[in-house]
Design a protein around this ligand. Structure first.
Ligand code: IPM
Ligand code: MG
Length: 370
């Protein structure tokens, strides 16, 4: 890693900018109070980039992302850009970042904090202590497979086409990440597919099994069909440690897992590429929540997923686990103290704005650091 730590912040759309403002405050705090400084640049992505440049991600911003040690992204999308053709929509900017930086492993933890155990729509007894990690394949599968498109078949009939494709290499590299992470956790991996219906799922299962036998026999491996997994996540989510799955199933199951924790506003994610010859690993960190246009600009969004994403960034890109833990502890304390943004509001708690949540967290950081 070069001497200075290069961070690119892409606030994006909707609540992205207001959430990233709080993230920025904590980055500044790290410089002031812990002597950890970053070379921070900001750029546009999504609808914001469309408005300024006509495209959801410019080549210049893509190059900034490639030059950075890590990218922190807010959120993309909104009703204003929904009528635009697919390739020029805000989401296409995010997909291009993922694809061009080859961020094939998407880590989506779902953690139930004790202070928020009642925020879950499931019974507290079912989710208390939940700590699972979804590793979603992010640069392949039906999101990128060819052929794709909408075909005119004549006679007023049209056909929509998308293709699920996976190579053995794509399957193995993401499964490897899952097994390695499981070793640092509870050593259990559940691989999720539809091997009962799809050839790509059958291949997925075969390759994960092979890799397991060759390199990871110390990790416990199980397999599950995606539909069953969706059900098991609700029935008994604590049975899981690490779930590894393809792009589309991972998209769906990670939203479901997120809701187990009570609020999308709490969950971070990391998207990682392969480590190159210089030991650098392309990485992008973003909250799982979207741009939430309905509440954008009102200073009521929950900044915690953004802050937890920063913590993941410190841990995975900069080897700063102590600072990551500090942020997580500060958040935990503030929640214990009763502060709640609207999305996690509960009876008897104190409702606060995005900014006030940020204030409280920086104050908690000061105290922890004293
Ligand atoms: C996600 C989102 C994206 C996806 C959208 C915004 C393209 O839902 O990160 O889960 O489908 O991957
Ligand atoms: Mg999604």
């Amino acid at each position: 890693m070069s001497a200075s730590k290069k961070l690119l912040i892409l606030p994006g759309d909707g609540i992205g900018p207001e959430v990233m403002r709080q993230v920025r405050r904590v980055i500044d705090w790290l410089g002031r109070r812990r002597g950890i400084t970053f070379e921070v640049k900001e750029g546009l992505v999504g609808g914001a980039a469309i408005d300024a440049h006509g495209v959801p991600l410019t080549d210049a911003t893509l190059n900034e992302a490639k030059a950075a040690d890590a990218v922190l992204l807010g959120a993309v999308g909104g009703p204003r850009w929904e009528k635009i053709e697919f390739e020029r929509r805000p989401e296409a900017g995010l997909l291009r970042l993922r694809k061009d930086l080859e961020l094939f492993a998407n880590l989506r933890p779902a953690l139930v904090l004790e202070a928020l155990v009642d925020a879950s729509p499931l019974k507290a007894d079912t989710v208390r202590g939940l700590d699972l990690l979804i590793v979603r394949e992010l640069t392949g599968g039906i999101y990128f497979g060819e052929p794709r498109g909408i075909k005119d078949l004549g006679n007023g009939i049209r056909q929509g086409i998308n293709t699920q494709v996976y190579t053995t290499t794509e399957i193995q590299r993401v499964a490897k990440v899952a097994f390695e992470l499981a070793r640092k956790r509870n050593s259990r991996v559940c691989s999720v597919d539809k091997a009962n219906v799809m050839e790509s799922g059958l291949l997925w299962r075969e390759e994960v099994t092979r890799l397991h036998q060759e390199e990871f026999v110390d990790v416990e491996l199980s397999h599950m069909y995606a539909d069953n997994c969706a059900m098991q996540l609700i029935r008994n989510p604590r049975q899981f440690d690490v779930i590894v799955t393809d792009n589309l199933f991972g998209d769906i199951l990670s939203d479901e897992a997120a809701m187990l924790t009570g609020s999308l506003g709490m969950l971070p994610s990391a998207s990682l590429g392969a480590i190159d010859a210089d030991g650098r690993r392309p990485a992008l960190y973003e909250p799982v929540h979207g741009s939430a246009p309905d509440i954008a600009g009102r200073d009521i969004a929950n900044p915690i997923a953004g802050l937890f994403s920063l913590a993941m960034c410190l841990r995975h890109s900069f080897e700063l686990p102590d600072e990551a833990t500090l942020i997580e502890k500060a958040v935990s304390q503030v929640l214990k103290g009763g502060m709640r943004t609207t999305d996690i509001m509960a009876p008897g708690m104190a409702r606060c704005s995005t900014t006030v949540m940020g204030d409280s967290i920086t104050r908690a950081l000061d105290k922890l650091n004293a």
